[in-house]
Write a protein that binds this ligand. Sequence first.
Ligand SMILES: Cc1cc2nc3c(=O)[nH]c(=O)nc-3n(C[C@H](O)[C@H](O)[C@H](O)COP(=O)(O)O)c2cc1C
Length: 287
Amino acid sequence: MSWVTIDQGKCTTCGICVLRCPRCFSLKDEKVSVQADEKCCIVCGHCVSLCPADAITHHRMDMNNFEPVGTPVQFPPDAFMHFIRERRSHRQFKKKEVAKSTIQQLIEAARFAPTGSNVQSVEIIVLENGDRKKRLSDLTIDFFVEMGANAAETLKTLPAGPASPARLQLEKLLRYRDNMLQARSVGYDPIFHHAPVVLMFHSLLETSTPKDNCVIASTTVGLFARTLGLECTYIGLLEIAARSYPPLAEAIGLPEGHQIQSVLIVGYPKLKYLRLVDRNPIRVRWE
Ligand SMILES: Cc1cc2nc3c(=O)[nH]c(=O)nc-3n(C[C@H](O)[C@H](O)[C@H](O)COP(=O)(O)O)c2cc1C
């Protein structure tokens, strides 16, 4: 049984579906045939979206969700570039709740981000509860305290001499530990920065491109959030700790085989950046 069928009464044999997806569609004797199943179809919906005759039905997809594209949105390139350059990592937030409906909008943006082989593996944990945030933040700090202790021991064994990359890395871990402990001692959360919302993007590891799927989803959310007046920061610290520190992984409680792959803090920004910032030119090799 094919997952996709063609209404032959509507099909004009234009061949667009065959051009786009020769794995599932074929044109023979002026008739288009389709055999779409797990061997060839990744349920991307491109065949339905492209068919000018509305002749294709995908039985694994909700056909009500194929609204017409209509007039494509046009962003003036300068404005869009400005929007990209204006984005900043924000770590100071207003004490203003983010409405549930707004968070739902962010989740909806993640839904439409692309995934490798269209696996749609991204899942999100929305963290709003203050006690939960404190618990996960504390465990992340605990992890870096342990890492700092290990680094201090290793540093003692390194020969004196010019600073090696290994030494610099260990010294960085010590600074992380000290800064985090100092922040925590004065009631500051150095992991989530008291953001009202934390979004943890996770995926089954044994699937296509789990990390990319989550990072693309979080990046899509981060940019879309800006249109709602929200700002974000990626929190790699939690991601690293969640991967390496069983007490934190246990406290988060992911489905079997999943791993946190990207984390965003989200809130209404307290600070307003007045200038775009400088960045190094990208090193490019033209071929
Ligand atoms: C993958 C990734 C992980 C990051 N992790 C953290 C983090 O754990 N904590 C934090 O405060 N900022 C984190 N950042 C924010 C960076 O420090 C920030 O993007 C960088 O300094 C550039 O500033 P900008 O985002 O305003 O351009 C992270 C950024 C990225 C891309």
